[in-house]
Ligand binder design. Sequence first.
Ligand code: ADP
Length: 244
Amino acid sequence: MNVGCNGAVDNPGQRIGRNRTQQEAHAMNLMLLGAQGSGKGTQGALLASRFGLVLCASGDMLREAMAQDTLIGQQVRPYVDQGNLVPDELMIGMVLERLRGLKDVRGIILDGFPRTLAQAQSLDARLAEMGTSIAQVIYLEVPRELLLSRLLDRYICRAHGHIYNLKTNPPKTPGICDIDGSELYQRVDDQGEQIQQRLNIFFSETLQLTDYYGKQGKLITVDGTQSIEVVNQAILADLKVTDR
Ligand code: ADP
């Protein structure tokens, strides 16, 4: 699975800073906001590898816990399978615990967390305790009809979570991941009613976080309807960061 946020960095030689204070002052913490199917996972992976950041995808953490059948995995499964939000106290505990374990990294990219105001406030408070903060928030804007068709065509690789779209980004061999040869599957929650439910929650609840981070002067809005490459270029053009 493509489970980030475990403290590992791809290229430890690229860590910045010689001491904790210097590091935190330069931390490059980014957040991806966007509805299901807006391209957060795809863009998050591109940005993480370009800048040497640790990708923290809340959905991957939950799927990992469910696959390992941990106590938390058992608690969250009913919510995830039905396309509902996992309750804040469970979610906040899980993600903030992972963040605590992240020391000595160049920065993080959050994908899928926060999704509620309570989550955003807890995150900000925890980062402040750690002497750091979110630098910029990238909102990938995509209209609902397009999200729906993207989700219905979305397939994921079993081994590492690489993402395909049968129409716009198909694998070379049907049903097989180009990168690692593993089987492609459709998520249980990428079907029918669960998709509508997840999109309803995004537009009624999570979208308000664009205001929250807009007021902090951190929001970058990018047109997510374009190709992967064009969206990536648009993000890079607006990010106030330097290559590693
Ligand atoms: P998507 O963004 O397409 O819903 P994810 O893999 O990010 O996919 O999340 C899958 C599911 O995990 C969500 O539908 C929800 O049930 C749960 N989940 C993930 N992140 C959160 C969060 N921050 N708060 C509550 N539930 C979450």
